[in-house]
Design a protein around this ligand. Structure first.
Ligand code: NDP
Length: 316
């Protein structure tokens, strides 16, 4: 029996509806969450991501601001820009769209974002909060992976989970979240021996590699849940045929656009997995939904703290 497809677009819509309810309740108290997106340069993928983030903010009544400094910006100027946003009370979340131009020290800039406004969850302070199970921002894509599992009723506690990929943005935080949710977690990477064998141990297999269709059916234990984080654009006809030969819908899409998206998981895995996230329409849509959710959470945590402050100082 083919795998159940886990519909990320539907789950993302649910999460956005919940965020919209929250922003409505906040508006009734005269409060509005705000997100600033800093976009440097003209990377086409980054432009699309930022446009979609701003559009989603508008749909959910979150104030948003797009800041586009010149491509020649220096590290010091970026730091000054982040400092200005850090100081603004109407901005709850600061998103520095990566990649930054070569002359900018991206790690230094990300360190400058106040941890309480770091809605991407990349600041070492938030990484530490996640590792020690304290409240803080969790990176959006990994948070989305956990929402897919939770909202699809897939048991995590006590399960064998294998994460392929150990990046700071996806692999490591996914592994940490699964550990916090009581899975038994193995992290794999490019130096892992017998990768298919290790992956076959998984009840839950997460692929965050960046290699089109690398996870084939021999990586997957029959009935396992497979979460495909990868987004890879295929433009070569031979590569396309390797994944989608005989799939009329994909063939029409490829003929019209000259490209199509494939995950890190080969589509043949649908024949063995118990449940699988499609690409597109799986993990992808959750990322923006979780960014919206993180922005509202950041606002509640930070402004909640500032409203408590006068009461505390009055006591002292
Ligand atoms: P990175 O390139 O930062 O990390 C890739 C990881 O995969 C590394 O840990 C690397 O190992 C490992 N890897 C590479 N080749 C192999 C191999 N042959 N065998 C085993 N492991 C391997 O990528 P990201 O984590 O940033 O992204 C991963 C994928 O997820 C990409 O396709 C990206 O586009 C997608 N993505 C999707 C998002 C979404 O919204 N759905 C958001 C973010 C990313 P090593 O450490 O040893 O080099």
């Amino acid at each position: 029996m083919p795998a159940t497809l886990l519909d990320g677009a539907k789950l993302a819509a649910q999460i956005k509806d919940e965020v919209a309810l929250e922003t409505r309740a906040l508006a009734a108290q005269g409060l509005r969450p705000g997100l600033a997106a800093v976009l440097v340069g003209h990377d086409p993928a980054s432009e699309i991501y930022v446009r979609n983030k701003i559009k989603t903010c508008e749909q959910l009544s979150i104030y948003s601001e797009k800041i586009m400094p010149p491509e020649t910006i220096t590290t010091a100027e970026m730091i000054a820009l982040v400092d200005e946003l850090n100081a603004r009370d109407d901005i709850d979340g600061i998103l520095v769209q990566l990649p930054l131009p070569k002359q900018v020290d991206a790690k230094r800039v990300l360190l400058e974002v106040l941890p309480e406004k770091d809605v991407d969850g990349f600041h070492p302070m938030n990484v530490g909060y996640l590792s020690t199970q304290r409240p803080g921002s969790v990176p959006c894509t990994p948070a989305g992976v956990m929402e897919i599992l939770r909202r699809s009723g897939i048991e995590v506690a006590g399960q064998e989970a294998v994460v392929v990929g150990r990046s700071d943005i996806v692999g490591k935080p996914v592994a940490m979240l699964l550990t916090n949710a009581n899975a038994t977690v193995t992290i794999c990477h490019s130096k892992t021996r017998d990768l298919p064998g290790v992956c076959r141990r998984a009840d839950i297999l997460v692929a965050a590699i960046g290699k089109a269709g690398m996870v084939t059916r021999d990586f997957v234990r029959p009935g396992a849940t497979v979460i495909d984080v990868g987004i890879n654009r295929v433009t070569e006809a031979t590569e396309f045929a390797r994944f989608f030969a005989g799939d009329a819908k994909r063939e029409a899409d490829f003929a019209a656009k000259g490209s199509t998206l494939v995950g890190d998981v080969h589509p043949e895995v649908a024949q063995v997995a118990g449940a699988l996230t499609p690409v597109p329409g799986g993990v992808g849509p959750l990322t923006i939904a979780m960014l919206m959710s993180n922005t509202v959470k950041a606002m509640k945590l930070r402004r909640g703290a500032s409203t408590n402050a006068p009461a505390m100082s009055a006591k002292n």
